[in-house]
Design a binder for this molecule. Structure first.
Ligand code: ADP
Length: 465
């Protein structure tokens, strides 16, 4: 105990400045410097204070002067460090305040735009923000305290609550990855739900649901599916028409030859006189049947090519843009991006919308198949106004392109280099292009692949539908 008392007395006496201590009025200068500047300037200030005091003060001994100076220097430096720490803390606090303000603004924006519902653990609504209330066509307050199942009957919180460790959950929706929401008027809409747990104001946890209204996506998806079904139907009719045309062309020669042989036989039978009458009649009937067979095939082709003909004014870029979901579907199955680069102003053309779209799908499908498996595959659909009367559409790829022999044979029906390919796509496409007054051309694309192009006839400028 006595040792401690001696120690305290020694420290206290060392802190009491011997002789006159003239440094006190200089401390504010050190504090100010420490609050405003860097360590180098603080050191300089302390140094100047010491020099000034030594020059202006009469000390009893130099030991006294040195002791005072050292005491001041140490004390002033500790004070300066304290001020520097305060400055650092203030800077950090300012930064944090700014970050919190930014996060707060972000949160407010999110809450104003994202439908958010907080639920009690028993599944009743704790709070619903105005965006979520609008989604369910409810008053914000009216939802509080009601079971969330009234707004989404199939929604099941039990699985969510049992897996309580995770911060964010994506509960499995019952059908097609979406939940059904019920509006106040009983109508339903598809939505996706992201969930998380957050501490509530009363100590117990709340379940936070972030909802996304999927109506727009579903509508777009439905439209794409409808267009796809329509294109499939047109494809079947077009390919039947193309096959009928090929059959008519291929059968024409043997049918004509058979008719000629029968005719020659009839002439020979003339020599048999009355004996050959019966045979001649039979041959005549055979010839009539052969002619009928030819007519049937031709008629079939005419019928098929008459299907869905309705040439009208269309916007070239819009017809192609509407196909974007289908292009994406075709491309994504082979990991190939299909990009669009279309001129969209004054692009009114004369076209049969669905037939034109069928031709585009054929060309894009071929291009995607040609680039599939190659490094950096890419298919580009380009639309350009090239003259007052023509809008040119081209489908370009960076695949192997076509050899001159392939280019020569590619329009022949049933010519395909693909296993299982019917070889009808290009001949159907050519027929469609020609019915639009164009010509299907193939050239080398800028990237060394194939570029299939054709033109559409432009309608009067400024008359966009
Ligand atoms: P299919 O696709 O059933 O083979 P198509 O008439 O559409 O029938 O195509 C005929 C052939 O033309 C294809 O088998 C292919 O060899 C060739 N072809 C078509 N488009 C391309 C292309 N973009 N790049 C390379 N070859 C192509």
């Amino acid at each position: 105990m006595s040792v401690l008392a001696v120690l305290v007395a020694a420290v206290a006496s060392s802190l009491v400045a011997p002789g006159p201590f003239r440094y006190l009025p200089m401390l504010p200068a050190v504090i100010l410097t420490a609050l405003l500047t860097r360590r180098f300037v603080i050191g300089l200030t302390i140094g100047l204070c010491v020099v000034f005091t030594l020059l202006t003060t009469a000390y009893a001994s130099s030991a006294e002067a040195v002791l005072n100076a050292v005491l001041f220097t140490v004390g002033a430096w500790i004070l300066a460090e304290f001020c520097l720490t305060l400055r650092r803390q203030k800077k950090r606090a300012d930064r944090m305040t700014r970050r919190i303000a930014a996060q707060d603004a972000l949160l407010k924006t999110v809450l104003a735009t994202v439908p958010v519902v907080t639920l009690e653990i028993d599944g009743t609504v704790h709070r619903m923000n105005s965006t979520a209330a609008a989604l369910f066509a409810l008053e914000e307050k009216a939802a509080t305290g009601r079971p969330f199942n009234e707004m989404s009957p199939a929604f099941d919180l039990t699985a969510l609550i049992s897996g309580a460790d995770e911060a964010v959950y994506g509960p499995q929706a019952p059908t097609d990855d979406y939940w059904s929401g019920v509006r106040a008027d009983g109508s339903t809409f598809p939505m996706s739900v992201q969930c998380g747990r957050a501490p509530g104001p009363e100590g117990s946890d709340l379940i936070v649901l972030c909802l996304t209204d999927l109506t727009r996506w579903h509508k777009a998806d439905e439209q794409a599916r409808e267009l796809h079904a329509q294109l499939n139907k047109v494809w079947r009719l077009n390919s039947l028409g193309e096959m009928a045309a090929t059959l008519a062309h291929e059968l024409n020669q043997p049918l004509s030859a058979a008719a000629t042989y029968l005719h020659a036989g009839q002439v020979d039978l003339e020599k048999a006189g009355a004996l050959g009458d019966n045979a001649r009649t039979l041959i005549e009937q055979s010839k009539a049947q052969l002619l009928r067979a030819g007519k049937i095939i031709r008629r079939m082709r005419e019928l098929l090519s008459m299907e869905s003909r309705s040439m009208g004014q269309e916007r070239a870029s819009r017809m192609i843009e509407d196909l974007a979901p289908i292009f994406t579907m075709i491309g994504s199955s082979q990991d190939v991006p299909v990009l669009l680069d279309l001129e969209t102003v004054d692009d009114a053309v004369r076209a049969e919308r669905i037939q034109f779209q069928q031709a585009m799908v054929n060309l894009v499908r071929n291009a995607v198949e040609a680039v599939s498996g190659r490094p950096d595959p890419e298919v580009m659909v380009v639309g350009r106004i090239v003259s007052p009367t023509h809008y040119v559409v081209s489908v370009e790829d960076n695949g192997p392109g076509l050899t001159p022999e392939q280019a020569e044979r590619m329009f022949q029906p049933m010519t395909s280099t693909k296993s299982g390919g019917m070889g009808l796509g290009l001949s159907v496409t050519r027929t469609i292009v020609e019915s639009h007054g164009g010509r299907l051309l193939v050239a080398k694309s800028a990237s060394g692949g194939a570029a299939f192009s054709f033109h559409l006839i432009r309608e009067a400028v400024g008359e966009n539908p």
